[in-house]
Design a protein around this ligand. Structure first.
Ligand code: HEM
Length: 436
């Protein structure tokens, strides 16, 4: 990176990092103060989403949350927790009161990212990027998605005992997004490495481990920044049919600046990769554990769209979203005070026993269309349809070419409280007789 690029990168990152340092330090003090002086009216809990015991068994923790009050408060963290589906949905819808602009993960870190914008600015930016996410724009990626599914399922079939995360669940969304962003094939390996580091920004916290992870994440972001600045400078993407090509044409009219464009590319990487990886990994996990459910899908491919919705509910690849209350926010008899940090637990909402019958059971024909895996309201996921296309394509391939899915050895799960999924899962696929 040249000196002037370095200076520019620091300028671009200074605002979000400065903000993070200020508000997180202030929060640490405020949290302690609250612990001793403030009776909240909510039920007190020691639930902490990054507690290793809860990370290992989040669903047990959700059952405990559901057995308690509608609003729970962890005084040590200064955190208010909503876990019932109607409350989480209402919280996601209340974007004017429950703001995203302090960041939507545990560490308060904001930047010019669509997902951490509020109000008018968010509406305008979302309008600018929508052309890349229309039904027609997304369907133009169908052939590529189908090709990837054929190729990657084939690779897993050909390599019994391989790690399905490395062979399929990680490369599938990564390669798709790289193509959507217009990354040439020759640069994809570098891009994949930088992205893997950069996406860790989604789950950093103020612990020593969190800070080490933040450092490597900033390194990845810097490499991607340098790459995109070079691409923007040579104008290679302009007018192309890629997502960035479309946005660069917008950029020419001055409605999005270069930094916003870079942050949008970053958002697609952060929002679209590990989430989809977690969903795909979850499918292998479920079908290995319940061969009879896989048999049902093989026998009736019309179940595929329903199975994808059930998998989204069951896995909740994004386990929770954080918000900050701008004004008092009432939930039933409790008022969450202005300034409070609020956790909207999507993972808990998607297992709400008052909404889903036997929520911890995976049912191939449940079709839980009210799940909140993609959020709700103003920030509803822009990539939802793309994800569905990917998951359906992989299931079609599995349902046609595979008779049995087996996991060999122990699956390793991520130690990430926001993005949950398998990180290593060795599988053996038995080909169906017809596929031979
Ligand atoms: C299983 C896959 C996915 C899941 C579970 C998921 C989940 C979510 C959730 C929960 C939100 C709402 C965030 C909030 O309210 O603060 C969101 C927003 C978003 N997602 Fe996804 N996502 C997935 C895949 C994707 C993909 C593939 C892309 C794009 C390639 C994408 C792009 C976005 C964008 C741009 C936003 C921000 C929308 C806004 O703030 O207006 N997502 N996603």
């Amino acid at each position: 990176m040249t000196l002037s690029q370095d200076v520019r990168f620091l300028g671009t990152m200074a605002q979000p990092l400065g903000h993070a340092a200020r508000v997180n330090t202030a929060r640490a003090f405020r949290g302690r103060w609250r612990q001793y002086r403030f009776w909240t009216g909510a039920e007190i809990t020691d639930y902490d989403p990054i507690d290793p015991a809860h990370l290992a068994q989040p669903h047990e923790a959700y059952r405990t949350l559901h057995a308690g009050g509608r609003v729970q408060y962890n005084p040590k963290l200064g955190l208010w927790i909503l876990s019932r589906l109607p409350d989480v949905r209402a919280g996601a819808r209340a974007a004017e009161t429950l703001s995203s602009s302090d960041g939507v993960t545990r560490l308060r870190m904001a930047g010019p990212l669509l997902v951490t914008m509020d109000g008018k600015r968010h509406n305008e930016m979302r309008r600018h990027v929508l052309p890349a996410f229309t039904k027609a724009a997304l369907e133009s990626w169908q052939a590529l998605i189908d090709d990837l599914a054929v190729k990657l399922v084939g690779e897993v079939l050909d390599n019994p005992g391989c790690d399905v995360m490395q062979r399929l669940a990680i490369p599938m969304p990564m390669l798709l997004i790289a193509h959507m962003l217009g990354i040439p094939d020759g640069d994809i390996d570098d891009f994949r490495r930088w992205s893997a580091a950069a996406v860790r920004a989604a789950d950093v916290d103020m612990s020593r481990r969190g800070m080490t992870s933040l450092k490597s994440s900033i390194g990845g972001i810097r490499d991607i920044y340098r790459y995109f600045r070079q691409q923007f400078a040579i104008g290679g993407l302009k007018g192309s049919d890629t997502v960035l090509g479309k946005l660069l044409s917008e950029n020419a009219s001055g409605s999005i600046n270069d930094d916003e464009l870079f942050f949008f590319a970053m958002l697609l990487l952060i929002a679209g990769n590990e989430t989809t990886t977690n969903l795909l990994g979850g499918m292998f996990d479920v079908f290995a554990e319940h061969p009879e459910k896989f048999d049902a899908l093989r026998a009736d491919h019309s179940l595929i769209p329903k199975v994808v919705e059930e998998q989204l509910r069951f896995s909740s690849p994004v386990q929770g979203l954080y918000r900050t209350a701008r004004t008092d926010y009432p939930v039933g008899p409790v008022t969450i005070p202005a300034g409070a940090r609020v956790l909207l637990s999507l993972g808990a909402a998607n297992r709400d026993p008052q909404v889903f019958d036997e929520p911890d059971e995976f049912r191939v024909d449940r079709n839980p269309t009210e799940h909140l895996a993609f959020g709700f309201g103003a920030h509803l996921c822009l990539g939802a349809q793309l994800t569905r296309m990917e998951a359906r394509a992989v299931l079609r391939e599995l349902g046609t070419r595979v008779r049995r899915i087996e996991v060999i050895g122990e699956t390793q799960w991520s130690a990430n409280s926001t993005l949950r999924g398998p990180v290593r899962m060795n599988v053996r696929l038995t080909p169906s007789v017809a596929a031979g």
